[in-house]
Write a protein that binds this ligand. Structure first.
Ligand code: GAR
Length: 212
């Protein structure tokens, strides 16, 4: 959307991550490579000072808010500090990328329809922290990746996009993980591109992706 100077208004994105940060890196590359023109990757929010994602952000000179839950007496106080960082950086979209913490209903309401999550299974199957292994061990023949809006329940909000992957007899857990991550690194920037262009419309549990 153009502002009064006729410039494109960009959406400031905060990525929330706790671990490796390969999705964070994929998003940073998409922004840098001009594939997410309406977005700025303004902030990494991380709850673990030793997480590899922190070092990735440092290398890319992306601002990091390291908010350690153990120094706060309540979850509310922890989230208040996170919100302070989000406000200071005028964040318009939160992208969860391996953030291993459940956000409170209060937090989700404060950023209603502005939080999305990537999950390595075809939701609603295999919710939780070990989705790839759970699907592999269960023996399903098809799994995949889901990007969805976040609501008050874990891995539950309206689904934006999904991609399926067939699991073959040749797959090991490692080969499946690798194939899933490869898809995630394409699907997340694509979904965020649709969000920042204002193409996503939520109708109950359904998300309509406007073609134009
Ligand atoms: C990704 O596979 C993401 O889908 C998953 O954590 C991984 C983070 O990897 N998220 C969940 O399981 C959420 N329930 P990364 O740190 O390399 O981006």
């Amino acid at each position: 959307m153009p502002d009064e100077d006729n410039k494109i208004m960009k959406t400031n994105i905060a990525v929330f991550a706790s671990g490796r940060g390969s999705n964070f890196l994929a998003l940073a590359k998409a922004v840098k490579g001009g594939r997410l023109k309406n977005a700025v990757l303004s902030l990494l929010v991380c709850d673990n000072p030793h997480a590899p994602v922190v070092f990735k952000a440092k290398k890319l000179k992306i601002k990091t808010a390291l908010v350690r839950p153990d120094i706060f007496s309540t979850k509310e106080a922890f989230e208040e500090r996170v919100i302070k960082h989000l406000k200071e950086n005028k964040i318009g979209l939160i992208a969860l990328a391996g953030f291993m913490r459940i956000l409170s209903p209060r937090f989700v309401t404060a950023y209603k329809n502005k939080i999305i999550n990537i999950h390595p299974s075809l939701l609603p199957s295999f919710k939780g922290a070990n989705a790839i292994k759970d699907a592999f061990d269960y023996g399903v023949k098809v799994t995949g990746v889901t990007v969805h809006f976040v609501d008050e329940e874990m891995d539950h909000g309206p689904i934006i996009l999904q991609r399926e992957i067939k699991i073959t007899d040749k797959d090991t857990l490692e080969s499946l993980e690798e194939r899933i991550h490869k898809i995630e690194h394409k699907l997340y920037p694509k979904t965020i591109g649709s969000f920042v262009k204002g193409k996503l419309k939520i109708k109950g549990r359904k998300v309509l992706v406007k073609i134009r």
